[in-house]
Design a binder for this molecule. Structure first.
Ligand code: NDP
Ligand code: 8X3
Length: 250
């Protein structure tokens, strides 16, 4: 039976690559993000391969989030797969110099936004007694690195929420897992450094993971047989050993 997936943060990076990977596999798609133009472009590119519905909302906004998910047309209403991917780092500063707007953004988007989207979708999964939720965490959710403080906290929270979901949704046969990448070359650093030139150097001197690498892993996770749940997966580029050890060659 054809499955339907809702992907947050589908306008770039890992979310966009996952949309392409899922479309190739014929999975129906609900694609979410704030940048409407990008959603329209991706919609156009993928509608030849599968059914696509776009939802344009900010996951920081609780009301917008619930209304957007409520508005999903009946053809897409049965969501089998939820990919909680939307998120970013904002800033890289020692805790004593951190910007409270950055802290708000990371906790609001990476943690609370993920919870709002999940809250809106889980009831139909519990009713159907099936479903699959994948939360995109990070190596930063397993290890704190210098100046990573609040971003690392938000991703540690994603891991705790994933484990809590897996326990609480266990009676309903719902799979819950997290995929935790190390450095992936996306718009992530442009957002973190607010377009500053420093972002251009983050992935220089080594081969970082690409969004497609993570998308393929996400598809692997959702295509396992019913009795198999990838609960927690950590993936680094070969050049990276942990958050601070990266073999660079110039
Ligand atoms: P990108 O910046 O390329 O993508 C981030 C996505 O999140 C965009 O589609 C963006 O869409 C969406 N998003 C951000 N804020 C909001 C918001 N308030 N409301 C709705 N959507 C939002 O980065 P990545 O693809 O790298 O990041 C995807 C996930 O992977 C994040 O959770 C990130 O923390 C995680 N990750 C990334 C790593 C990396 O090194 N790149 C490593 C480990 C984890 P739009 O702006 O259109 O709303
Ligand atoms: C992103 C990984 O190490 O760039 O989650 O913060 S890192």
């Amino acid at each position: 039976m054809t499955k339907t997936a809702l992907i947050t943060g589908a306008t770039s990076g890992i979310g966009e690559a996952t949309a392409y990977e899922f479309a190739k596999q014929g999975i129906n798609l609900i694609l979410c993000g704030r940048r409407l133009e990008r959603l329209n472009t991706i919609h156009k590119a993928l509608e030849r391969l599968t059914n696509v519905h776009i939802l344009n909302f900010d996951i920081r906004n609780k009301k917008e989030t619930f209304e957007a998910i409520e508005s999903i047309p009946s053809k897409f209403k049965n969501i089998d797969i939820l990919i909680n991917n939307a998120g970013n780092a904002h800033g890289l500063d020692p805790i004593n110099e951190g910007d409270t707007d950055d802290w708000d953004a990371m906790m609001d988007i990476n943690v609370k936004g993920l919870l709002y989207v999940s809250k809106a979708i889980i009831p139909q999964m519990t009713e159907q007694k099936s479903g699959h939720i994948i939360n995109i965490g990070s190596s930063a959710g397993k290890e704190v690195y210098p100046k990573g403080n609040v971003y690392c906290a938000s991703k540690h929270a994603v891991l705790a929420i994933t484990e809590g979901m897996r326990i609480d949704l266990n009676p309903y046969g719902i799979k819950v897992g997290s995929i935790n990448p190390g450095m992936v070359e996306t718009e992530f650093s442009q957002v973190r450094f607010k377009g500053d030139a420093i972002a251009d150097n983050v992935y220089k001197g080594f081969k970082a993971l690409q969004a497609k690498d993570i998308a393929e892993i996400i598809y692997f996770a959702v295509s396992r047989p019913p009795h198999v749940n990838i609960a927690d997966l950590l993936v680094f580029p070969t050049a990276q050993a942990n958050s601070v050890t990266v073999k660079k060659e110039f």
